[in-house]
Design a protein around this ligand. Structure first.
Ligand code: ADP
Ligand code: MG
Length: 240
């Protein structure tokens, strides 16, 4: 086994719409080690989400190779892709993607529903994860009754409940104010400290600076790939 959890080699991706083809990723190479915390930066339209969707096996690529935990991820059935996602990956999105008519607890418990775990057990485990996020008292609330930061913490709890090896976060702080953004980054640091690899797409430099390494995309290729050298901000804030 190699020490890479994600390895992509000369990856290409185009979108075809009608007669037009848009070459978005033009030969990307990335190697991410187990337990790293990495950010992917680039201006709007540079292909960050496209790349993250491929890493999350939500989308196919055209050329090159993708190895997840040393397993080659090529074209596969949706069922197989879902199995890989469930085993390895937790997703966090800018817009939280919570189900609006389900409570915080039900949202967090949902991934376990697909694992044939009894409702009682699901809810007990979900409550533990909400508790870890400082949200135990909010378990019966609907997303509409929660602040942006609270919603994102519910989404993080939901991402963690199936014990992923990787968290893929697409602009996780994009809808949050500065203070709340840092609080969410604190939580992602804690997640990373438990050994989970964390990959964060962001266009905010101060957020990227809080990761160990910044990969910059430009015009479909990797423009730079640098380790962050300045001291990262350590904080133990867990807000209520
Ligand atoms: P970013 O996340 O960096 O803003 P995206 O990966 O979302 O960039 O998009 C990269 C380019 O691909 C953009 O020009 C976007 O319009 C285009 N694109 C993204 N998704 C699709 C799609 N499903 N079909 C066609 N074009 C797309
Ligand atoms: Mg995007």
């Amino acid at each position: 086994m190699s020490d890479s959890i994600i390895k992509i080699e000369d990856l290409h991706k185009s979108y075809i719409t009608g007669k037009n083809s848009l070459h978005v990723l033009k030969g990307i190479n990335i190697d991410i080690k187990h337990g790293e915390m990495v950010s992917i930066m680039g201006s709007s339209g540079s292909g960050k989400s496209t790349l993250l969707n491929i890493l999350g096996i939500l989308d196919n690529y055209d050329e090159g190779a993708y190895f997840l935990n040393d397993i080659h991820i090529g074209k596969m059935s949706e069922k197989k892709a879902a199995q890989f996602r469930n085993k390895y990956i937790g997703f966090i999105f800018q817009s939280f993607n919570l189900i609006s008519f389900k409570t915080a607890l039900e949202n967090v418990a949902l991934p376990l529903y697909y694992q044939n775990i009894s409702r009682k057990k699901r809810n007990a485990i979900a409550l533990e994860y909400l508790d870890r996020m400082g949200l135990k008292e909010w378990s019966d609330h609907l997303p509409s009754e929660l602040s942006g930061g609270q919603k994102q913490r519910v989404a993080i709890a939901r991402a963690l409940i199936s014990k992923p090896k990787i968290i893929l976060a697409d602009e996780p702080t994009g809808a949050l104010d500065t203070q709340t953004s840092y609080e969410v980054m604190d939580i992602l640091h804690e997640v990373n400290r438990t050994g989970i690899t964390v990959i964060i797409v962001t266009h905010e430099t101060d957020i990227a600076q809080l990761t160990q390494r910044i990969i910059r995309l430009k015009d479909g290729i990797i423009e730079s790939n640098d380790y962050v050298t300045n001291e990262t901000v350590e904080s133990t804030t867990i807000l209520q």
